[in-house]
Design a protein around this ligand. Structure first.
Ligand SMILES: [Zn+2]
Ligand SMILES: [Zn+2]
Length: 361
């Protein structure tokens, strides 16, 4: 273990990534070593340094044990030492002061109790269904503990023996410089037990993929983007931890003419200029029927009428209101005769005052 591992990105040096196999790393090393070899680059100090760097990177990353240590050290560095829950325990007295005291975070000795992974999915819901609420089914591919082996991966759950390398602890100790690592035992992959005969059903994974259909209750009034959390429908927990959650994001399709603002609905309606001038009664559609709106004579364009209680009715909360906003539309292709009538009206009944007079006062 070297202190400077924290600063060195061996993967970047070799142009590989954390998932690369040892073979891939060796190949990358060979190529770079050829390019930067001192014999081919005499008196090139930079090539010499690169050659040293790639040699160091390769010596760590092609050694399974060293690579594992390196990854763990880097994982701690990247996460600022918090929330780390890898398989390595450290002896705190050997750490010196460079990492400070993080004994509490690691939870020495015990296997960590962890909640299962959360799964995410989306459902599309029509505007009307989002308003009224609905029960729907969501297909889900879920990891579940294998029933045949009860999760231990051996045939019938009993075809295993205690690991004789680590005597069942799952850990082996090794000293590296001032660090004393106890590493996950390689022989049993930290499990403490070695499987004699693999479970056929899960091929020793301990879990199987199950296709399930989950009933999701979408509450009335759910808005676009709302996430419904279904506890316990995510991935299996470990170390006795609870299963994860299923997060269902609701995408609400837009309505043909209603717009939503919180629990209120907004509806724009066009009014003929004669209707606006003379007044009228119109039928206004609502989410669950219709209401009658009396438009008084002399209604201006943009006038908004509030219809109380006809907005979204969210489950357990006060219903919103429906706002009806008017736009006045003028006829675009008047007949000669209609034009004459309007001109006559203008001459006879308009006083000559303009609604824009205030602009010129
Ligand atoms: Zn199994
Ligand atoms: Zn072992």
């Amino acid at each position: 273990m070297n202190r400077d591992w924290l600063e060195k990105d061996f993967y970047a040096v070799l142009g590989v990534n954390q998932d690369s196999s040892t073979e891939e790393i060796k190949k990358a090393y060979k190529k770079l070593a050829r390019e930067n070899h001192p014999d081919l680059n005499p008196d090139d100090k930079e090539a010499e340094k690169r050659f040293k760097d790639i040699s160091e990177a390769s010596s760590v990353l092609t050694d399974v044990n060293k690579r594992q240590e390196y990854d763990q050290v880097r994982a701690m560095g990247a996460s600022g030492f918090s929330g780390f829950s890898g398989g390595t325990n450290f002896n705190v007295e050997d750490l010196g002061d460079i990492f400070g005291n993080f004994g509490d975070i690691f939870g020495f000795g015990g296997t960590s109790r962890r909640k299962g992974q959360s799964y995410q999915t989306n459902i599309n819901v029509s505007f009307n269904d989002s308003a009224s609420g609905l029960d729907t089914n969501v297909p889900l591919r879920k990891e579940v503990v294998c029933e045949d082996c009860r999760g231990n991966g051996s045939e019938n759950g009993n075809s295993y023996h205690v690991c004789n390398i680590c005597k069942g602890s799952g850990q082996t100790a090794s000293n590296q410089g001032f660090f004393s690592f106890s590493q996950p035992c390689q022989a049993c992959r930290g499990q403490g037990n070695v499987i004699d005969k693999q479970c056929k059903r899960c091929r020793a994974n301990g879990f199987v993929i199950k296709n399930e259909t989950i009933k999701v209750k979408v509450p009335a009034g759910v808005d676009n983007g709302t996430v419904i959390r279904l506890r316990g429908y995510g991935g299996p927990g470990s170390g006795g931890g609870p299963d994860g959650d299923l997060l269902v994001q609701v995408n609400v399709e837009p309505h043909k003419f209603f717009k939503r603002n919180g629990s209120d609905l907004i509806l724009e309606i066009p009014l003929l200029f004669t209707e606006a001038a003379l007044g009228t009664v119109i039928k206004i559609p609502t989410l669950d029927g219709s209401v009658t709106l009396k438009v008084p004579s002399g209604t201006a364009s943009g006038k908004t009428f509030k219809i109380r209680g006809e907005g979204i009715k969210p489950q357990g909360r006060r219903a919103g209101d429906l706002y009806v906003k008017t736009t006045i539309v003028a006829p675009t292709n008047l007949s000669r005769s209609a034009k004459k009538h309007l001109e006559k009206y203008k001459e006879q009944f308009e006083s000559g005052d303009s609604p824009r007079d205030y602009l010129y006062e």
